[in-house]
Ligand binder design. Sequence first.
Ligand code: ADQ
Length: 489
Amino acid sequence: NQEVQRVPPSRRLIVVANRLPVSAYRDPEGKWQLQVSAGGLVSALMGVAHFQTKWIGWPGVYVEAGPERDALTSALHGEGYAPVYLDQKMVDLHYNGFCNSVLWQLFHYVPLNIDSKLSETRTLQFQWAAHQMVNRIFGDAVMQHYQEGDIIWVQDYHLMLLPAVLKERRPNMKVGFFLHTPFPSSEIYRTLPVREELLRSVLRADLIGFHTYDYARHFVSACTRILGLEATPEGVEDDGSLTHVAAFPIGIDPDRFTAALGAPEVRANVAQLLNRYAGRKVMLGVDRLDMIKGIPQKLLAFEKFLEEHPEWCDRVLLVQIAVPSRTDVPEYQRLRSMVHEVVGRINGRYGTLTHVPIYHLDRQLSFHELVALYAITDVALVTSLRDGMNLVSYEYVACQRDNAGVLVLSEFAGAAQSLGAGALLVNPWNVSDLAAAIGYALRMPERERRERHRHNYAHVTVHTAQTWADTFISELDDTAVEAELRTRG
Ligand code: ADQ
């Protein structure tokens, strides 16, 4: 692809995301240590190598200004990370509040909760004010590190107000914005009280990217219906100025996974797991513990499958890894209790003295543990109720290079549009169908498995995180040049 090759390898890229890709913690000697966090955005951007990248984001800890903060800042700078420090109140209102209780929900088709929002109108106002303030603080941080010619790539729904903040300060700055979640139908989006402010800010970016064509289309409809702007084949036009809008489906770094399959730690883990699960088929779920991932639906379907097929009870197990996330938000705490209750019920009902049907872990796995699990799994269950893309499905396909395991995939994940040819697509709300898909996946003939896997493996190894970033950045370059030519008349 010629466009992709035009990007010089040493370009400076500033990635701005709400969170840095690492969490900071202190070791027993009190020294700062950094640990890579789990999450799709991190996984994808870790796979991007063609740029001199600096990350700007919150390091996930509260540290007062002073020597401790200075020590953390220099540990982070050493790794190419520039921290934005926020206090607890701000994080609570902006991140837990506006971002995760309002925007995240709405973008995944969970309507605003009228009862709580009406009685907490002031809370919503405070959340919005904090959200605006945090976006301005991020703007200051970008300006501190910005050099003429840098490309600024703003990530995700937490920073939708940032393009306007940046363009006000430097109208010529090259700013791209990518949304990692779905963009919902405009009929859902228009319920948001601050719908116009967010759209107007994002439209200040030179290029806006989404995972799928559908999300891009929903966004353009929101702009035409709510702001009354013109849609063009390239994007949205406002008073002669055009913002490009397009789909850029994300991917993973497949080589990182296939190379790990040969690593001694992974092989040792694989041998141990195969031994431990011998004689049984293994199904796997790997999700952040989030309501959008459809974990309860997956568990209910597995329960139904066991109920209808008692002959499978001691021949199959489900390993469900649910890494806790957003643990300060009450909805997430309730979800965790609910999942624990259902797992307990199923294990109580269908377990024996020597077998439990569900191994449930509430923690992040190391990369090697994760690869080993993917490699030994017969059936992966991705049952998201909505999901921007879902990279777990891609990682599973990469690690099944030799075994051709079956991917059961929700039709509501963006990945259904790219891996639909090889996966068994399901509606996770239809528990009976999902239970039937589990049965079919477990019994699928080898020929069909290999044929389906071949499609998906070809996709995952060609549409990588690197091609995603290269394509986005080279298009951003083109649009910025075009914009400059327009302004020069
Ligand atoms: P996420 O909602 O975080 O990402 P996803 O794309 O599936 O969802 O990525 C999860 C990542 O976290 C994967 O790389 C996975 O390996 C890792 N992970 C999950 N659980 C783990 C565990 N227990 N231990 C270790 N690692 C774990 C958001 C959107 C997605 C979109 C991505 C990228 O919600 O729809 O695909 O961003 O744009």
